[in-house]
Design a protein around this ligand. Structure first.
Ligand code: A2P
Length: 341
């Protein structure tokens, strides 16, 4: 039998944390002992893993003693505060927040795209999991970039509320219910009503007029594809969908490539399902990708306004491939290739 690992999930009671526990179970990750961590408010709660109940503990500086791999999804501030304590105790952190993603010493990994980068975990004992909207885009674009080179990307996203966490899932549900009952909807999470609305505002606004989410897509895509020459511009939009982000992606390639060639490339790409048959009204949709780990790509067509332009519609479950599954896949590479001896 292979080696088993002591694993901790920080943020275990959150939307992503919950899914991380489910992914560890579904993928049969070699867990010896699983520690579940959250705030003191959640300490004592019980969560299920492989038929057993595990009691949630409060996350503290000493939580990671004896832990081999710590998967974090408890927000950037928590990661900034605790990842170093974990690393000091010999625990490798796979961090889902934005805290470490652009640190040049911290690898930013999508297993289908740049698994080799995991090796750099030894710099700081931290590996960053990219932003959800970036992950699905690079899964779809990496095969095209490898084949013909990508010069420029213009992306607009249609992002589910679950990306904001459990409170936002409740907010969409409660606002929708209130409006359908002719009641005044309550606003707590977003600055405006999200039910029956679209907000071109994800994360905070920056001095350049973009949101932080938009700049994450720019910076993280270049880092993962290891190519700073790609021009990227993004508009990220929150829409009243519970699970799965959709993206309209326009790319200009360096060498010509036809829509049929893109389709053939993506049909053989790891983690991608091509759903593209307009004659049958077949295209990727949030409701079909929710609960799945693959990235769905369709509406593949030439952008006839430029010489080497391709348009794609890219959909993936933001909580699974966009967060929990990707983090657990990183942990799998780490366990198999780096921590097994
Ligand atoms: P808790 O449930 O005890 O507040 P979501 O993104 O769905 O809102 O979830 C955030 C997760 O991160 C929750 O599990 C939450 O725990 C956890 N969390 C947030 N802040 C901290 C912190 N300072 N220490 C430990 N866990 C935290």
């Amino acid at each position: 039998m292979g080696k088993l690992f002591n694993v901790a999930v920080a943020g275990a009671t959150g939307a992503v944390g919950n899914q991380m526990i489910a992914c560890l179970e579904e993928r049969d990750f070699p867990v010896k002992n699983l520690k579940l961590l959250a705030t003191s408010k959640s300490a004592g709660r019980k969560l299920r893993f492989k038929g057993e109940e595990i009691t949630v503990e409060e996350l503290t500086k000493t939580s990671f003693k004896g832990v081999d791999i710590g998967i974090f999804s408890a927000g950037g501030a928590t990661s900034k505060k605790y990842a170093h304590f974990a690393a000091k105790d010999g625990c490798v952190v796979v961090d889902n927040s934005a805290a470490w993603r652009m640190d040049p010493d911290v690898p930013l990994v999508v297993p289908e795209v740049n698994p080799h980068a995991v090796a750099k975990y030894s710099n700081k004992g931290i590996i960053a999991n990219p932003n959800c909207s970036t992950i699905q885009m690079v899964v779809a674009l990496a095969p095209i970039h490898r084949e013909v080179g990508i010069k420029r990307i213009v992306v607009s996203s249609y992002q589910a509320v679950s990306g904001t966490g459990k409170k936002a899932i409740d907010e969409l549900y409660n606002q929708t219910k209130a409006i359908l009952n002719f009641l005044e909807p309550e606003k707590k999470v977003y600055p405006h009503r999200i039910a029956f609305n679209c907000l071109p505002h994800i994360d905070v606004f920056l001095d350049n007029g973009y949101t932080k989410e938009e700049m994450k897509m720019v910076d993280e895509t270049r880092k993962i594809l290891e190519d700073d020459s790609i021009g990227i511009t993004a508009t990220t939009v929150r829409v009243p969908v519970f699970f799965s982000h959709s993206e309209s992606v326009n790319v200009e390639t360096r060498q010509p490539i036809s829509p049929d060639e893109v389709r053939a490339l993506l049909e053989n790409a790891p983690g991608v399902i091509v759903a593209d048959d307009p004659s049958k009204n077949l295209y990727p949709m949030a409701i079909d990708s929710a609960g799945r780990d693959e990235t769905f790509v369709g509406r593949i067509r030439a952008d006839e306004s430029v010489p080497n332009g391709i348009n794609l519609w890219v959909v993936s479950d933001n909580i699974r491939k966009g967060a929990a599954t990707n983090a657990v896949q990183i942990a799998e590479i780490l366990a198999r290739d780096y921590l097994s001896n």
